[in-house]
Design a protein around this ligand. Sequence first.
Ligand code: CS2
Length: 488
Amino acid sequence: MTARLLASRLDVLATAVRRPQYRPEDHAVGIVHLGLGAFHRAHQACYVDEMLARHGGDWRIAGISCRSSIPRDQLVPQGCLYAIAEQSATGTEYRVIGALADAIVAPENPSAAIAWLARSTTHVITLTITEKAYQPSDEAIVTDLRNPAQAPSSAIGLLAAGLRRRQREGVAAPTLLSCDNLRGNGQVLKQTVLAYASRIDAALAEWIEREVHFPCSVVDRIVPTTTAADRDAAESSLGLRDEALVTTEPFSQWIIEDSFAGPRPPLDAVGARFVRDVHPFETAKLRLLNGSHSTLAYVGLLAGHKFVHEAVADPLLRTLVEGLMTEDLAPTLPAVDGLAADHYIRTLLARFANPALHHRLEQIAIDGSQKLPQRLLAPLRERIANGQTSRLICFAISAWMSFIRKRIGAGNAHALDDPLRDTLGKALVRGSGDAANVVGELLDIEAVFGADLRQHAPTRRLLAAQLAAIDQYGIMHALNRLLGGGKS
Ligand code: CS2
């Protein structure tokens, strides 16, 4: 059996493998991260790793998982070292990351998690907890608020407990930095934390409002779920077994609103950008990248594709996402220096086409009800306000409707991975199969579509016609007709 990756064994690694250019144990923790999944390890932790190498400082990361014990089980036996595999058409580059100092499973040890959040040396708390964890209706949040005497289980509950201890002990307020794909993620985090805190302690809510900073940020790096084959390939290249390996692409971007409560890690020295306003970057990223991703996921899965690179290699699907970006989405973006939509779109198409990256469409298709609003519905709304039609955005939305119907229907209730599965299921039952009724029932779900979209008759009709075409002809024929290959 190959030995596990460990600090004392780094000399075994091939010379081509980059290892930490600093002694991790010389650097104390300054950042606590909530949501210790693959994305954090392939994104924020890599910036911090590089920053420690170039600038030093006490900025290592204590990672907290809010649910799963897997990251801890993978990382702790390796002294929290892990490798990233950057995969591209020209090969895979491995790099060992030393930025993580601890990995905690909050449900097993909530007091350790809260202690990290409350420590005076924790200046920045970053989060990747997924879109749904910010919803006040999130099950874990509701449970925590119902049982104030118990240790919190939600990320928001843990944060509130950590902040409460800081306030009581006179510790300076931290910066809370959301790294999730939401519009105005810092503002959303602030509202969610304040709503929670005001239910448990009004003085705490006031203190948070006054002292804590919630910068918005835009994060970008494609991180497919690591497979057993990835781990085996890494084992032969590294000469050590890495159970905590993460796979990713060469590209990475991090744009952060420059608003910190206390010390600011010099992330700008290693490629991150501090800006006054992240909004234009965020709009471009959520709409062009994530909007295309969701479109590829629903249309691609209905068409029988498995991976993003396969889906964009399909000429019809490529025409769809290219058209979606250039015709429907790019015109909705605010103009900003240094952000040319056509260049952005070309880069995205090349990133999607990366044949070395096995990015499953299923991974992207998860939680559609939480993703569509910022990715596709916001630009749709703006176009409606400008009197424009949005055939391609609407095709993506009707593909999602067809997808959820397929996943929920035929006794398949568990196959749809979405927190609104029950609500969606009930709407589909009421819609009873007819495309116009199904569209009407789904548009009535305000948590997804707001109260406005259902009022817009042309959009309702377009969605119904497209869903009917998908039902009648199948996804690819319907798409072909839409793109001008036949009568639509
Ligand atoms: C994807 C994102 O799973 C998804 O919904 O669209 O995770 C995407 O890969 C990242 O945002 C890229 O930065």
